[in-house]
Write a protein that binds this ligand. Sequence first.
Ligand code: SF4
Ligand code: SF4
Length: 424
Amino acid sequence: MADYREMWKSLGMDLETHDVLCDVLPVAFTDVYLSQENRPENMGYYDFVVSEIHGVRPAELIEAQKNGKKVFGTFCIFVPDEIIFGADAIATGLCGGSQFWVPGGEKVLPTNTCPLIKASVGARLDRTCPFFRIADMYIGETTCDGKKKAWEILGEDVPMHVMDLPQMKRRKDYKAWAEEIMTLKATVEEFTGNKVDSESLKSSIKLINDKRRALARLSEFRKNKNIPISGKDCLLISQIAFYDDPTRFAQMTNALCDELDQRVKDNVSVFPAGTKRILIAGTPLAIPNWKLHNIVETSGGAVVCEEMCTGTRYFENLVDESKETLEEQVDALAERYMGINCACFTPNNARIDDIIRLCKEYDVDGVIDVNLKFCNLYDTEGFIVERALKDAGIPVLGIETDYTDSDVQQLRTRIGAFIEMLGE
Ligand code: SF4
Ligand code: SF4
């Protein structure tokens, strides 16, 4: 990585502790990613983004701030980036996917909080992630209890706006979410000094839809019998989508898809014939959480789909681009975002339908239902998910894990046995 120490220093980061992270990440990335054979050439872009993860994009964000732009940090796919970009500001995902940040979160949160929340809080309070330092304002949401309380703690350190997400999907809930989007709009307008009007919103809706279209196009390749790209690579691309510049991201992902078009014509597969096709459902896998994909894809499986927020929930369904007035556009945003099937909703039958549908579309041999330790919502919903899959005759393995490596061997044994069983 180029030398960004001066930049990190100016962000008030704890350089000594941050050096430890900078030492371990490239090793993990080389082991998991660069060891793969026959990767598409266009993965070079994403490899570069990761190799400079705390350098290039943070430097771009700081440059944008110098030019008067505000940066908003978000933690959940319910927060509509369209409003932020519509105010000529920048949205960046702030999800923490590393064990490195967890102890920092545990200083202020109960140990039995999910690692995603602990890592996000730790990354801010320990001053070891530039993105968490750069964001001028954080946008939280009331999806789960752990997050709600975490926002109160983070809100003591950084300006925080919290969106109140309804927990049911009745018509009045859609209306309430549209009102929340309007409130976000007012907050963003006041903070940036820029108005969001129907014209700017129209172009930001297209901007974010283009990103979704690129991800959906990429996902289509994974339906092929010959799979031209690994699940690990697709997960990485999904994770980068949360913080990269959306225009560039869509361009680079489409360039990769052009290469994959050729691979399909040439019948190229990155997996041997007969590799078992796995769908992973459940809690999100934030960067750099590659543990599960790595285990599956080094145990005779190929991950062909992620029914998660770092997967289909992020890119499926577009916002209607045909609306002209601001009110209609906000309603269209509410309609699209309320269509996300997160376990924080009750009932959440549409998620079960999604999983069964995706299993068919991606010709899946088996499902791994993953739960991040201490996520009560997805853990509880796991019962319904796994029962529905069994009823549909689709083999399923439920697992719970965290960000540590302490369960890798045990997971390897269980996942290996599950994949082997799929061959019988
Ligand atoms: S799992 Fe639910 S709360 Fe978590 S990022 Fe996804 S939509 Fe948001
Ligand atoms: S994984 Fe579960 S507990 Fe963790 S932030 Fe998401 S919904 Fe909340």
